[in-house]
Design a protein around this ligand. Structure first.
Ligand SMILES: [Zn+2]
Length: 347
């Protein structure tokens, strides 16, 4: 029986104790490192969670009134919310800053009005800009936004009135004036199409601007009047209008005398007045002779800010410039042709 027990003074006993201690230290340090890793990861998750969930309106109110961050930091935060499209949070910050007592009231109000405008709260935005202009009538930025607001609200008369103070401030308002007058004219339901065309041509003869807006209406309502007043230098600008024009509305006399239109309508397959074109897409379509289901698709680029839109625009929604749209085209599959061929095969 004694053989199973080790004497206290036996060297083997010391060795066993030594290994037990080593085992305990190793086990404890392993457990401690695991526990620490888990705690660190939990802390990091909680820390990151703060940035994933946006502060509530009440939290923002407490944070701003607490004064832990400077006004500049809050303005930067509001601006980053604005850029990421979270207008609601941006509006909450500006409103709280104004309540707490911003040191830059006019600037903060301007940013608030701009954010309301972008978020689509037009009436609130209007009130803010009117409030700014009541105290500071010579603020061109606020006047510009007020003009945009009236334009969005289709209140063209008020928009034209805003041009007066802008003119007094030395701003060039000629293009804005023609544009607003044209929009006002087109919106008048009491005028006949012929009256609108007559007024439209009058405005166009005066300024020779807004060609796309004018000719888009003329070719849509009365193509013959469009051709009558057509200016050869605008051929490229109106490419998409010409491409979509009904074959029965083509004026072959004018087309045959215009090199660009000869190539465009040869590419569309209406005429055979060009064998090739310096424009790659036209050249390819002319040589394909409608044997492939291909057509042109258009997109519109703002020449001022380079923003690209899938639809035509008269005022760029990004930089607010007027008549800066430039049409660009690319080859695409002709789904319309596909559809008509499918229908024919069922008959
Ligand atoms: Zn633009």
């Amino acid at each position: 029986m004694n053989t199973f027990f080790i004497e206290f003074r036996d060297p083997l006993f010391s060795i066993i104790i030594f290994f037990v201690i080593i085992f305990m230290i190793t086990f404890f340090s392993y457990w401690w490192s695991r526990y620490k890793r888990k705690e660190d990861s939990k802390y990091l998750d909680n820390f990151l969670q703060q940035f994933q969930t946006l502060p509530s309106k009440e939290e923002l109110r407490l944070l701003i009134s607490g004064g832990e961050l400077s006004e500049k930091s809050w303005l930067l935060l509001a601006s980053s919310y604005f850029k990421s499209g979270d207008y609601e949070k941006s509006i909450d910050i500006y409103n709280e800053l104004l309540k707490v007592g911003s040191s830059n009231v006019k600037e903060t109000m301007f940013l608030l009005g701009k954010t309301y405008f972008k978020a689509g709260f037009l009436e609130r935005s209007k009130q803010i800009f009117l409030e700014i202009l009541k105290k500071n009538p010579r603020t061109p930025q606020a006047l510009h936004y007020l003009l945009l607001l009236y334009e969005h609200m289709r209140d063209y008369k008020s928009a034209l009135e805003v041009l007066e103070p802008l003119d007094e401030l030395g701003e060039d308002i000629r293009k804005e004036k023609s544009y607003l007058k044209t929009l006002m004219l087109l919106s008048k339901s009491e005028l006949s199409s012929q009256e609108k065309i007559n007024y439209l041509l009058e405005i166009y003869q005066e300024s020779h601007e807004l060609s796309y807006l004018v000719f888009e209406y003329l070719f849509r309502i009365k193509p013959a009047v469009g051709w009558e007043n057509f200016d050869n230098s605008k051929s490229e600008l109106l490419s998409d209008i010409f491409w979509q024009l009904d074959p029965k509305d083509l004026n072959l006399d004018i087309i045959s005398k215009n090199g660009y239109l000869r190539e465009l309508y040869s590419a569309r397959g209406d005429v055979k007045l060009a064998d090739s074109s310096s424009i790659f897409e036209f050249d390819l379509l002319i040589k394909l002779e409608r044997k492939a289901n291909a057509t042109l698709a258009f997109e519109y680029i703002c020449e001022s800010c380079k923003m690209v839109y899938p639809f035509v625009f008269h005022r760029c929604s990004s930089c607010h410039a007027i008549a800066t749209s430039k049409v660009e085209w690319r080859l695409t599959r002709d789904y319309h042709k596909d559809f008509s061929e499918e229908n024919n095969s069922f008959q």
